[in-house]
Design a protein around this ligand. Structure first.
Ligand code: ADP
Length: 469
C-alpha cells in the first residue's frame, strides 16, 4: 500500500508543478507580449528573434495566373502549382508532389542538395505543361523552414541548419541564390520571387480566404508563430517603409522563455540531455517532438518509486521511445479496461500486467502533459493578440480603455498534426483561450485549420508579389 501511495505522490507533485491556473496563464500572456516588444526593440533584445519577413502584402483573393511553390523544411520537399482565377476561395487547380530527400544529400554540398531539388521541380513543371491546365507561370515562391535572416522578400541568409541538415558551406549564404543557380544549371527558366518560412505561408493561405487573418501558429513536431505587425512598431528597423504600413514578423516563438512557465524536474532533465540545452524552452513544453518523452520520464520515475510496474523496464530509459501519437492513443483510450493502454505499455515499453488503477494513472500523466502544453500554446496566442490590441484590452501601451475598443473579428490560422490530430490537445487549447479572454472576447477569435499552407501560401505570395497582379 505504501508503494501505491508513492505512485500517487509522484503524480500529485507532477500535476502541481504543471499547474496552469488562469492567473498563471495571464502572466505568460503578459510575458509573451513584453518579450515580443523587446525582440522588436533591438536585435538580440529578447529570446524571441522576431525576424522581419518583408512580407507586407498578403494575398487578397484577387490574384490571377499560374504560380509555383517549392517547400523545403524537413525530410522531404514538395512542389506545387496553383492556378488562380481571381475570385477569393477559388484556387482553380492545385497539383502537389512530395519527394523524400535522401539523407546523404543533407550533409554533402550545396550543389548536390539543390540540384536534386531543382531536377524534381523540373520534372514536375514539364509534366504539368504537358497537361491541359496552362498557362505556364514562371514565378516561384520558396518556403525554406530554417532560421534565415531575410534582407528582402526574396532574399535571406541561412543563420544555421536544423532538423538533421548540415551543409556547413551554406551557413551565411544567400539561400535564394543557391536555389536560383541550381534552377539555371538545370535549364529551368523560373524566377524565385518570394522566400518565406512555413508559418508565413500558412498565414498567407488563410488570409487569401479570410482578410481578418492576423496571425498563424504551427503546432506539429516543433512550434512557431508569425503575425502582422505595424511597421512603426518594429523599432529595431528604423524608417521601415512598407506599402501597407505593416509587416509579417516571424516570432520563432519556440525559443520563448519566461520565469512564469511551469517547468518541472522532468523538463529540466529533458532540456539538459537535449542537443540544444537552454534553447527552445517553450517548444520543449508544447510540441509533438517532446510531449511523449516527458510522459516517459514521469512513468520512469513512477516505476523507480514502486514495484507495481514490475522490474524497471530498460525501455523506459530510451529517449523518445514513447512518441506523441502513442501518447495520444493512450489518452484517447475509452475502453472500460483501458486495453489500448495495456497494449502500448506492453508492446512499446515492455511493461505488462499492470493493474487497471495504474493504467488510469498513466492516462492521467498524458492528460497533465497535454493540458499544460495546450494551455501554454493558448497563452502564447493571446500574447500575440494582446500585442496587436486584439485581446479586448486595447493593446499594451495604447492608453485606451477597455470600453472604447470594439473587438473586431480576429482569425488565427493553425496548422500541424499535434493540433489537428490530437483531439484533447485541441479541446484544452480552446478551453484555455476562453478562460483567458472571457466568453465575450473569445467569441470574436476564430482559430482556423489550414492545409498545406506552408507551400500553398508561398505560391499565393508569389502571386501577390507579381507585377501581373
Ligand atoms: P511537421 O513535422 O512539419 O511539424 P506535422 O504538422 O505533420 O509535421 O506534425 C507532425 C507531428 O505531430 C509529429 O511529430 C507528432 O509529434 C505529432 N502528431 C502526429 N500525429 C499525431 C497524433 N495522432 N496525435 C498526437 N500527435 C501527433
Amino acid at each position: 500500500r505504501r508503494k501505491w501511495k508513492r505512485l500517487l505522490a509522484v503524480l500529485k507533485d507532477f500535476d502541481e508543478a504543471c499547474g496552469t491556473p488562469v492567473g498563471r496563464l495571464r502572466q505568460v500572456v503578459d510575458a509573451m507580449a513584453v518579450e515580443m516588444h523587446a525582440g522588436l526593440a533591438s536585435e538580440g533584445g529578447s529570446k524571441l528573434k522576431m525576424l522581419l519577413t518583408f512580407v507586407d502584402k498578403l494575398p487578397t483573393g484577387g490574384e490571377k495566373g499560374s504560380y509555383y511553390a517549392l517547400d523545403v523544411g524537413g525530410t522531404s520537399f514538395r512542389v506545387l502549382r496553383v492556378q488562380l482565377g481571381g475570385k477569393r476561395s477559388s484556387i482553380l487547380a492545385q497539383d502537389v508532389e512530395h519527394e523524400p530527400i535522401p539523407p546523404h544529400l543533407m550533409t554533402r554540398t550545396i550543389e548536390d542538395l539543390f540540384d536534386f531539388i531543382a531536377s524534381g521541380l523540373k520534372q514536375f513543371v514539364e509534366k504539368g505543361n504537358g497537361s491541359q491546365h496552362s498557362p505556364v507561370g514562371r514565378e516561384l515562391g520558396f518556403t525554406f523552414s530554417f532560421p534565415v535572416k531575410q534582407t528582402s522578400i526574396s532574399s535571406g541568409i541561412l543563420i544555421k541548419w536544423t532538423k538533421g541538415f548540415a551543409i556547413e558551406d551554406m551557413v551565411g549564404k544567400e539561400v535564394v541564390e543557391c536555389l536560383q543557380a541550381a534552377l539555371t544549371r538545370n535549364g529551368l527558366d523560373m524566377l524565385v520571387t518570394v522566400l518565406v518560412n512555413d508559418t508565413v505561408g500558412t498565414m498567407a493561405l488563410e488570409h487569401y480566404h479570410d482578410p481578418d487573418t492576423v496571425a498563424a501558429v504551427i503546432i506539429g513536431t516543433g512550434t512557431n508563430a508569425c503575425y502582422m505587425e505595424r511597421a512603426d512598431a518594429i523599432i529595431k528597423c528604423q524608417g521601415l517603409l512598407t506599402t501597407s504600413g505593416g509587416m509579417v514578423v516571424n516570432m520563432e516563438w519556440g525559443n520563448f522563455w519566461s520565469s512564469h512557465l511551469p517547468r518541472t524536474t522532468y523538463d529540466f532533465d529533458l532540456d539538459a540531455e537535449s542537443p540544444n540545452p537552454n534553447d527552445q524552452v517553450f517548444e520543449k513544453m508544447i510540441s509533438g517532438m517532446y510531449l511523449g518523452d516527458i510522459v516517459r520520464r514521469v512513468i520512469l520515475r513512477m516505476s523507480l518509486e514502486s514495484d507495481i510496474f514490475g522490474p524497471v523496464s530498460s525501455r523506459l530509459s530510451m529517449p523518445f521511445i514513447l512518441q506523441t501519437p502513442l501518447m495520444a492513443a493512450i489518452h484517447d483510450d475509452d475502453t472500460p479496461d483501458l486495453t489500448e493502454v495495456a497494449r502500448i505499455m506492453k508492446e512499446v515499453l515492455e511493461i505488462s500486467e499492470i493493474p487497471l488503477k495504474v493504467r488510469k494513472l498513466v492516462v492521467k500523466v498524458c492528460a497533465v502533459v497535454t493540458r499544460r502544453a495546450a494551455r501554454l500554446a493558448a497563452a502564447g496566442i493571446v500574447g500575440i493578440l494582446k500585442k496587436i490590441g486584439r485581446d479586448g484590452s486595447g493593446g499594451i501601451a495604447s492608453g485606451r480603455s477597455r470600453s472604447d475598443t470594439k473587438m473586431r473579428r480576429t482569425v488565427v490560422a493553425i496548422e500541424g498534426d499535434l493540433y489537428t490530430s490530437y483531439t484533447m490537445f485541441r479541446e484544452y487549447l480552446h478551453e484555455a483561450l476562453h478562460e483567458i479572454l472571457g466568453e465575450d472576447i473569445a467569441h470574436h477569435v476564430i482559430l482556423k485549420i489550414t492545409q498545406d499552407g506552408s507551400a500553398t501560401g508561398a505560391a499565393l505570395l508569389a502571386a501577390a508579389q507579381s507585377s501581373s497582379n
